[in-house]
Design a protein around this ligand. Sequence first.
Ligand SMILES: O=C(CO)COP(=O)(O)O
Length: 253
Amino acid sequence: MSNRRILIAGNWKMNGLLADSVALGRDLAARWAAGPRPDRDLLICPPFPLIAPVAAALAKSEIEIGAQDCHPAPSGAHTGDVAAPLLADLGCGAVILGHSERRADHGESDALVKAKAEAALSAGLTAIVCVGETLAEREAGHTLDVTLGQLRGSLPDGANPATVVIAYEPVWAIGTGRVATPAQAQEVHAALRAELIELLGESAAAATRILYGGSMKPDNAADLLALPDVDGGLIGGASLKAADFWAIACAGL
Ligand SMILES: O=C(CO)COP(=O)(O)O
């Protein structure tokens, strides 16, 4: 049993309108108030324009608010982008960076993800740095090369267990209902932690949280969260239903 505190983070992606998103936030806050509460960190990352209203809906709970991306620069002429200091100002505690959908949709490189993560740290945000292989890469036997390479390339300078969380999200498991088996997840998580020993040293690696993401649901979360190197979940589809997110937050307790 590690002493890493489990983090259950919801990534709402590009879903929701104002009223239903506020209702979802209120539903989660009500579940928090009613208890029993999991002794775990909980985080919700809505689309940018919903951060402030959802943060207000969550205000009476200890469920944290976060974002799904930031720009590497702290301000400036970058139309359509959002700076990390603004996210912090809005109450965000964390930001997801290098998600495979951003790497694919926006051509984000490891170097860009690293620069964004450094901007997040400078703004006082926790950077949740995502890595993960495609199905073709897994079938070609390149899972560890790809994920460890992304980790080396994307980890910000100055990373430490308080400011950086790693998320392993196999691309083939995202939104597909095809979840990694516990053995597949544990193999990659253990390899990521071994690489973190090289990058950060033994004690920092032992204290750094590594989340699993990819079709995590109420019925598979307990098995994944019980793995020795899985320290939480990054939840997509199931985070859009309060009952499912709450069930995952409480899974295995
Ligand atoms: O990409 C994910 C979270 O960032 C996972 O999404 P799903 O839970 O919908 O598979």
